[in-house]
Design a binder for this molecule. Structure first.
Ligand SMILES: *Cc1c(COP(=O)(O)O)cnc(C)c1O
Length: 376
Protein backbone atom coordinates (compact mmCIF):
# COMPACT_ATOMS: atom_id res chain seq x y z
CA UNK A 1 0.00 0.00 0.00
CA UNK A 2 1.43 3.41 -0.90
CA UNK A 3 1.26 6.09 1.77
CA UNK A 4 -1.15 8.17 -0.35
CA UNK A 5 -3.77 5.41 0.02
CA UNK A 6 -3.86 5.99 3.79
CA UNK A 7 -6.62 8.38 4.81
CA UNK A 8 -6.57 8.77 8.58
CA UNK A 9 -9.60 10.54 10.03
CA UNK A 10 -7.42 12.16 12.69
CA UNK A 11 -4.13 13.94 11.94
CA UNK A 12 -1.34 11.50 12.85
CA UNK A 13 1.49 12.61 15.14
CA UNK A 14 4.31 13.82 12.89
CA UNK A 15 6.97 12.97 15.43
CA UNK A 16 9.81 14.28 13.30
CA UNK A 17 12.19 17.20 13.79
CA UNK A 18 12.84 17.64 10.06
CA UNK A 19 11.34 16.96 6.62
CA UNK A 20 12.96 15.58 3.42
CA UNK A 21 13.36 17.24 0.02
CA UNK A 22 13.96 15.46 -3.31
CA UNK A 23 16.21 18.17 -4.71
CA UNK A 24 16.97 21.89 -4.79
CA UNK A 25 13.72 22.64 -6.65
CA UNK A 26 11.77 21.12 -3.80
CA UNK A 27 13.47 23.24 -1.14
CA UNK A 28 13.04 26.31 -3.34
CA UNK A 29 9.31 25.58 -3.41
CA UNK A 30 9.28 25.69 0.39
CA UNK A 31 10.55 29.28 0.31
CA UNK A 32 8.55 30.43 -2.74
CA UNK A 33 5.18 29.05 -1.67
CA UNK A 34 4.76 29.56 2.09
CA UNK A 35 2.62 26.84 3.63
CA UNK A 36 3.15 24.40 0.74
CA UNK A 37 5.61 22.13 2.58
CA UNK A 38 7.43 21.67 5.86
CA UNK A 39 11.16 22.11 6.48
CA UNK A 40 12.01 21.90 10.16
CA UNK A 41 9.63 21.39 13.08
CA UNK A 42 10.81 24.42 15.03
CA UNK A 43 9.59 26.53 12.09
CA UNK A 44 6.38 24.59 11.63
CA UNK A 45 4.92 21.11 11.95
CA UNK A 46 1.51 19.74 10.89
CA UNK A 47 0.53 19.12 14.52
CA UNK A 48 1.50 22.52 15.91
CA UNK A 49 -0.12 24.15 12.88
CA UNK A 50 -3.31 22.19 13.55
CA UNK A 51 -3.35 23.43 17.15
CA UNK A 52 -2.65 27.02 16.10
CA UNK A 53 -5.48 26.82 13.55
CA UNK A 54 -7.88 25.40 16.14
CA UNK A 55 -7.15 28.16 18.69
CA UNK A 56 -7.24 30.77 15.92
CA UNK A 57 -10.66 29.58 14.79
CA UNK A 58 -12.05 29.63 18.34
CA UNK A 59 -10.76 33.16 18.94
CA UNK A 60 -11.71 34.46 15.50
CA UNK A 61 -8.13 35.58 14.70
CA UNK A 62 -6.05 36.21 11.60
CA UNK A 63 -3.37 33.66 12.53
CA UNK A 64 -1.85 32.03 15.60
CA UNK A 65 1.29 30.54 17.08
CA UNK A 66 1.41 27.41 19.26
CA UNK A 67 4.06 27.75 21.96
CA UNK A 68 5.88 25.48 24.39
CA UNK A 69 4.01 26.92 27.39
CA UNK A 70 1.72 29.74 28.44
CA UNK A 71 4.82 31.65 29.59
CA UNK A 72 6.29 31.32 26.08
CA UNK A 73 2.99 32.67 24.75
CA UNK A 74 3.20 35.74 27.03
CA UNK A 75 6.81 36.29 25.99
CA UNK A 76 5.96 35.97 22.28
CA UNK A 77 3.06 38.40 22.70
CA UNK A 78 5.24 40.99 24.46
CA UNK A 79 8.00 40.60 21.87
CA UNK A 80 5.50 41.24 19.06
CA UNK A 81 5.16 44.88 20.11
CA UNK A 82 8.13 45.73 22.35
CA UNK A 83 11.81 46.46 22.10
CA UNK A 84 14.43 47.98 24.42
CA UNK A 85 13.30 51.36 25.74
CA UNK A 86 9.60 50.56 25.57
CA UNK A 87 7.16 50.53 28.46
CA UNK A 88 4.44 48.01 29.28
CA UNK A 89 1.31 48.55 31.36
CA UNK A 90 0.09 45.52 33.25
CA UNK A 91 -3.11 45.02 35.23
CA UNK A 92 -2.25 44.66 38.92
CA UNK A 93 -4.39 41.50 39.09
CA UNK A 94 -2.15 39.27 36.99
CA UNK A 95 -0.71 35.75 36.90
CA UNK A 96 2.43 35.58 39.08
CA UNK A 97 4.52 34.25 36.18
CA UNK A 98 3.61 37.24 34.02
CA UNK A 99 4.75 39.59 36.81
CA UNK A 100 7.99 37.61 37.22
CA UNK A 101 8.70 37.78 33.47
CA UNK A 102 8.14 41.53 33.42
CA UNK A 103 9.83 42.39 36.72
CA UNK A 104 12.84 40.08 36.66
CA UNK A 105 13.67 39.40 33.01
CA UNK A 106 12.24 41.96 30.58
CA UNK A 107 13.33 44.79 32.89
CA UNK A 108 16.98 43.86 32.27
CA UNK A 109 16.36 43.92 28.51
CA UNK A 110 15.27 47.55 28.85
CA UNK A 111 11.51 47.00 28.80
CA UNK A 112 9.97 48.70 31.82
CA UNK A 113 6.65 47.91 33.45
CA UNK A 114 4.14 49.64 35.67
CA UNK A 115 1.00 48.19 37.20
CA UNK A 116 -2.50 49.58 36.91
CA UNK A 117 -4.94 48.92 39.78
CA UNK A 118 -8.21 47.29 38.74
CA UNK A 119 -10.23 50.45 39.40
CA UNK A 120 -8.00 52.57 37.12
CA UNK A 121 -7.98 50.33 34.03
CA UNK A 122 -10.58 52.44 32.24
CA UNK A 123 -8.74 55.75 32.66
CA UNK A 124 -5.10 55.36 31.69
CA UNK A 125 -4.23 59.08 31.54
CA UNK A 126 -2.01 58.98 34.60
CA UNK A 127 -0.36 55.68 33.57
CA UNK A 128 0.52 56.02 29.88
CA UNK A 129 4.09 57.15 29.14
CA UNK A 130 5.60 58.24 25.79
CA UNK A 131 7.09 54.76 25.27
CA UNK A 132 4.03 52.75 26.34
CA UNK A 133 3.40 50.05 23.74
CA UNK A 134 0.83 47.72 25.25
CA UNK A 135 -1.39 46.84 28.17
CA UNK A 136 -1.53 43.25 29.42
CA UNK A 137 -4.59 42.07 31.33
CA UNK A 138 -6.66 38.94 31.96
CA UNK A 139 -10.33 38.53 31.01
CA UNK A 140 -10.93 36.99 34.44
CA UNK A 141 -8.22 37.48 37.02
CA UNK A 142 -6.51 35.02 39.27
CA UNK A 143 -7.32 34.42 42.12
CA UNK A 144 -10.18 36.88 42.75
CA UNK A 145 -12.03 36.31 39.46
CA UNK A 146 -12.31 40.02 38.76
CA UNK A 147 -13.82 40.51 35.32
CA UNK A 148 -12.52 43.20 33.00
CA UNK A 149 -14.75 45.12 30.55
CA UNK A 150 -12.71 44.33 27.46
CA UNK A 151 -14.49 46.70 25.09
CA UNK A 152 -14.02 49.64 27.46
CA UNK A 153 -10.35 48.79 28.02
CA UNK A 154 -9.71 48.34 24.30
CA UNK A 155 -11.21 51.75 23.57
CA UNK A 156 -9.16 53.39 26.30
CA UNK A 157 -5.95 51.69 25.09
CA UNK A 158 -6.50 52.61 21.46
CA UNK A 159 -7.29 56.22 22.40
CA UNK A 160 -3.71 56.34 23.71
CA UNK A 161 -2.19 54.38 20.80
CA UNK A 162 -1.54 51.40 23.09
CA UNK A 163 -2.11 47.78 22.01
CA UNK A 164 -4.28 45.53 24.16
CA UNK A 165 -2.96 42.03 24.93
CA UNK A 166 -5.39 39.75 26.75
CA UNK A 167 -4.58 36.56 28.64
CA UNK A 168 -7.80 34.60 28.09
CA UNK A 169 -6.70 31.46 29.96
CA UNK A 170 -9.39 31.53 32.68
CA UNK A 171 -12.30 32.54 30.46
CA UNK A 172 -11.56 30.51 27.29
CA UNK A 173 -13.09 31.60 23.96
CA UNK A 174 -16.23 29.63 24.85
CA UNK A 175 -16.98 32.35 27.41
CA UNK A 176 -15.35 35.43 25.84
CA UNK A 177 -13.53 36.18 22.59
CA UNK A 178 -11.33 39.23 23.34
CA UNK A 179 -10.47 40.00 19.69
CA UNK A 180 -14.16 40.63 19.03
CA UNK A 181 -14.08 43.23 21.84
CA UNK A 182 -11.12 45.06 20.33
CA UNK A 183 -8.04 43.25 21.73
CA UNK A 184 -5.00 43.14 19.43
CA UNK A 185 -3.55 39.84 20.68
CA UNK A 186 -5.06 37.11 22.82
CA UNK A 187 -3.04 34.41 24.50
CA UNK A 188 -3.57 31.19 26.41
CA UNK A 189 -1.90 28.82 28.72
CA UNK A 190 -3.18 25.86 26.66
CA UNK A 191 -2.03 23.80 29.66
CA UNK A 192 -5.29 24.84 31.34
CA UNK A 193 -8.80 24.68 29.80
CA UNK A 194 -7.88 24.37 26.12
CA UNK A 195 -6.02 21.09 26.60
CA UNK A 196 -8.04 20.48 29.75
CA UNK A 197 -6.73 17.17 31.13
CA UNK A 198 -3.68 18.25 33.20
CA UNK A 199 -1.36 16.24 30.96
CA UNK A 200 0.16 18.88 28.63
CA UNK A 201 2.21 22.05 29.02
CA UNK A 202 1.48 24.32 26.05
CA UNK A 203 0.49 27.83 25.02
CA UNK A 204 -0.89 29.81 22.10
CA UNK A 205 -1.09 33.41 20.88
CA UNK A 206 -3.70 34.60 18.39
CA UNK A 207 -3.27 37.79 16.34
CA UNK A 208 -5.99 40.11 15.11
CA UNK A 209 -4.16 40.98 11.87
CA UNK A 210 -2.12 38.95 9.32
CA UNK A 211 0.87 41.28 9.92
CA UNK A 212 0.91 40.54 13.64
CA UNK A 213 0.42 36.83 12.89
CA UNK A 214 3.49 36.81 10.61
CA UNK A 215 5.51 38.64 13.27
CA UNK A 216 4.41 36.12 15.90
CA UNK A 217 5.45 33.21 13.71
CA UNK A 218 8.88 34.70 13.19
CA UNK A 219 9.30 35.28 16.93
CA UNK A 220 8.24 31.69 17.62
CA UNK A 221 10.78 30.32 15.16
CA UNK A 222 13.73 32.57 16.01
CA UNK A 223 13.39 32.42 19.81
CA UNK A 224 12.56 28.70 19.56
CA UNK A 225 9.25 29.04 21.43
CA UNK A 226 7.29 26.57 19.29
CA UNK A 227 5.49 23.47 20.54
CA UNK A 228 6.38 19.80 19.98
CA UNK A 229 4.22 17.50 17.76
CA UNK A 230 3.10 15.24 20.61
CA UNK A 231 2.01 18.09 22.91
CA UNK A 232 0.26 19.76 19.98
CA UNK A 233 -1.61 16.58 19.17
CA UNK A 234 -2.75 16.10 22.78
CA UNK A 235 -3.89 19.73 22.93
CA UNK A 236 -5.88 19.38 19.70
CA UNK A 237 -7.57 16.29 21.08
CA UNK A 238 -8.43 18.09 24.30
CA UNK A 239 -9.87 21.07 22.45
CA UNK A 240 -12.44 18.90 20.68
CA UNK A 241 -14.45 18.79 23.92
CA UNK A 242 -13.75 22.39 24.98
CA UNK A 243 -17.32 23.61 24.54
CA UNK A 244 -18.77 20.68 26.50
CA UNK A 245 -16.18 20.88 29.26
CA UNK A 246 -16.49 24.62 29.85
CA UNK A 247 -20.26 24.28 30.15
CA UNK A 248 -19.86 21.42 32.64
CA UNK A 249 -17.13 23.23 34.63
CA UNK A 250 -19.31 26.34 34.81
CA UNK A 251 -22.42 24.42 35.89
CA UNK A 252 -20.52 22.64 38.68
CA UNK A 253 -18.69 25.78 39.83
CA UNK A 254 -21.99 27.66 40.15
CA UNK A 255 -23.36 24.94 42.46
CA UNK A 256 -20.12 24.87 44.47
CA UNK A 257 -20.07 28.69 44.76
CA UNK A 258 -23.67 28.78 46.02
CA UNK A 259 -22.94 25.97 48.48
CA UNK A 260 -19.84 27.73 49.85
CA UNK A 261 -21.59 31.10 50.07
CA UNK A 262 -24.21 29.55 52.34
CA UNK A 263 -21.66 27.66 54.49
CA UNK A 264 -20.98 29.11 57.97
CA UNK A 265 -17.23 28.21 57.85
CA UNK A 266 -16.73 30.32 54.70
CA UNK A 267 -16.16 34.08 55.04
CA UNK A 268 -16.39 35.08 51.36
CA UNK A 269 -16.73 33.53 47.90
CA UNK A 270 -15.34 35.02 44.69
CA UNK A 271 -17.22 33.73 41.65
CA UNK A 272 -18.62 35.91 38.83
CA UNK A 273 -21.73 33.72 38.61
CA UNK A 274 -22.88 34.87 42.05
CA UNK A 275 -25.18 37.92 42.06
CA UNK A 276 -23.05 39.27 44.95
CA UNK A 277 -19.94 39.40 42.71
CA UNK A 278 -19.07 43.05 41.90
CA UNK A 279 -18.86 42.39 38.13
CA UNK A 280 -21.73 39.90 37.94
CA UNK A 281 -23.75 41.93 35.41
CA UNK A 282 -20.74 42.63 33.20
CA UNK A 283 -19.61 38.98 33.39
CA UNK A 284 -23.08 37.77 32.46
CA UNK A 285 -23.18 39.89 29.32
CA UNK A 286 -19.56 39.45 28.26
CA UNK A 287 -19.52 35.73 29.06
CA UNK A 288 -22.85 34.55 27.61
CA UNK A 289 -24.00 33.34 31.03
CA UNK A 290 -20.96 31.08 31.61
CA UNK A 291 -18.48 31.91 34.37
CA UNK A 292 -15.80 29.15 34.18
CA UNK A 293 -14.83 26.53 36.72
CA UNK A 294 -12.56 28.77 38.77
CA UNK A 295 -13.49 30.27 42.13
CA UNK A 296 -11.83 31.34 45.34
CA UNK A 297 -13.12 31.44 48.88
CA UNK A 298 -11.97 32.71 52.23
CA UNK A 299 -11.44 30.63 55.34
CA UNK A 300 -10.24 32.20 58.61
CA UNK A 301 -6.62 33.43 58.29
CA UNK A 302 -5.17 30.44 60.08
CA UNK A 303 -2.86 27.97 58.30
CA UNK A 304 -4.12 25.17 60.55
CA UNK A 305 -7.69 25.67 59.31
CA UNK A 306 -6.54 25.65 55.67
CA UNK A 307 -4.40 22.56 56.26
CA UNK A 308 -7.33 20.73 57.83
CA UNK A 309 -9.51 21.54 54.79
CA UNK A 310 -6.81 20.28 52.41
CA UNK A 311 -6.18 17.12 54.40
CA UNK A 312 -9.87 16.23 54.68
CA UNK A 313 -10.88 16.86 51.06
CA UNK A 314 -10.62 13.84 48.79
CA UNK A 315 -11.93 15.41 45.59
CA UNK A 316 -9.93 18.66 45.61
CA UNK A 317 -6.28 17.60 45.85
CA UNK A 318 -3.85 20.46 46.47
CA UNK A 319 -2.16 20.75 43.06
CA UNK A 320 -1.02 24.24 42.04
CA UNK A 321 -2.46 24.31 38.54
CA UNK A 322 -6.02 24.46 37.25
CA UNK A 323 -8.64 23.69 34.65
CA UNK A 324 -8.35 19.91 34.41
CA UNK A 325 -11.44 17.70 34.15
CA UNK A 326 -10.64 16.52 37.70
CA UNK A 327 -11.11 19.10 40.45
CA UNK A 328 -8.18 20.49 42.41
CA UNK A 329 -7.42 23.22 44.90
CA UNK A 330 -4.61 25.69 45.15
CA UNK A 331 -3.35 28.30 47.55
CA UNK A 332 -2.38 31.68 46.05
CA UNK A 333 -0.26 32.88 48.99
CA UNK A 334 1.85 29.71 49.13
CA UNK A 335 2.10 29.06 45.36
CA UNK A 336 1.06 31.30 42.44
CA UNK A 337 1.39 34.64 44.25
CA UNK A 338 4.49 33.95 46.36
CA UNK A 339 6.57 36.38 44.31
CA UNK A 340 4.37 39.40 45.03
CA UNK A 341 5.49 42.01 47.54
CA UNK A 342 3.70 42.12 50.90
CA UNK A 343 2.10 45.38 49.81
CA UNK A 344 0.79 43.90 46.52
CA UNK A 345 -0.63 40.92 48.40
CA UNK A 346 -2.28 43.14 50.98
CA UNK A 347 -3.83 45.28 48.22
CA UNK A 348 -5.26 42.18 46.54
CA UNK A 349 -6.38 40.54 49.78
CA UNK A 350 -4.20 37.47 49.26
CA UNK A 351 -3.89 36.09 52.77
CA UNK A 352 -3.41 32.62 54.22
CA UNK A 353 -7.16 31.99 54.38
CA UNK A 354 -7.69 32.44 50.64
CA UNK A 355 -8.22 29.08 48.88
CA UNK A 356 -8.73 28.69 45.13
CA UNK A 357 -10.74 25.84 43.65
CA UNK A 358 -10.61 24.51 40.12
CA UNK A 359 -13.97 22.80 39.87
CA UNK A 360 -13.91 19.77 37.57
CA UNK A 361 -16.64 17.96 35.68
CA UNK A 362 -17.35 15.19 38.20
CA UNK A 363 -20.95 14.59 39.40
CA UNK A 364 -21.55 17.77 41.40
CA UNK A 365 -23.25 15.97 44.34
CA UNK A 366 -19.96 14.17 44.99
CA UNK A 367 -18.07 17.47 45.02
CA UNK A 368 -20.58 19.09 47.39
CA UNK A 369 -20.48 16.09 49.74
CA UNK A 370 -16.70 16.22 49.78
CA UNK A 371 -16.67 19.96 50.55
CA UNK A 372 -19.26 19.52 53.29
CA UNK A 373 -17.03 16.89 54.87
CA UNK A 374 -13.82 18.92 54.46
CA UNK A 375 -15.40 22.03 56.02
CA UNK A 376 -17.20 20.28 58.89
C1 LIG B 1 -0.85 28.97 34.07
C2 LIG B 1 -1.04 30.33 33.54
C3 LIG B 1 -0.08 30.92 32.72
C4 LIG B 1 1.24 30.25 32.40
O1 LIG B 1 1.06 29.14 31.60
P1 LIG B 1 2.06 27.86 31.60
O2 LIG B 1 1.43 26.96 30.62
O3 LIG B 1 2.13 27.35 33.00
O4 LIG B 1 3.39 28.39 31.14
C5 LIG B 1 -0.34 32.19 32.21
N1 LIG B 1 -1.48 32.84 32.51
C6 LIG B 1 -2.43 32.30 33.30
C7 LIG B 1 -3.67 33.08 33.60
C8 LIG B 1 -2.23 31.04 33.84
O5 LIG B 1 -3.17 30.51 34.65
Amino acid sequence: MTPTAIHPKITPIYQTSVFKFDDLDAVQQYFDEPGSRYLYSRNGNPNSDELAAAVNQWEGGAGALATGSGMAAIFAALMTYCQAGDHVLCAADIYGGSAALLNLELSRLGISVSYVPFEELYDLNSHVQPGTKLLLCETMSNPLLRVVNLRAIAEECHRHGVKLVVDNTFATPVITKPLAHGANLVLHSVTKYLAGHSDVTAGAVVAGTPEDAARLRQIGTVFGLTLSPMESWLSVRGMKTLRLRVAAHSYNAQQVAEFLEAHPAVEAVYYPGLPTHPQHVLATGQGHGLFSGMLSFRLPDDAAVVNRFMQRSQRFPFAPSLAGVDSSCSHPLYTSHRALTDEQRADLGITVGLVRLSVGIEPVEELLADLAHALS
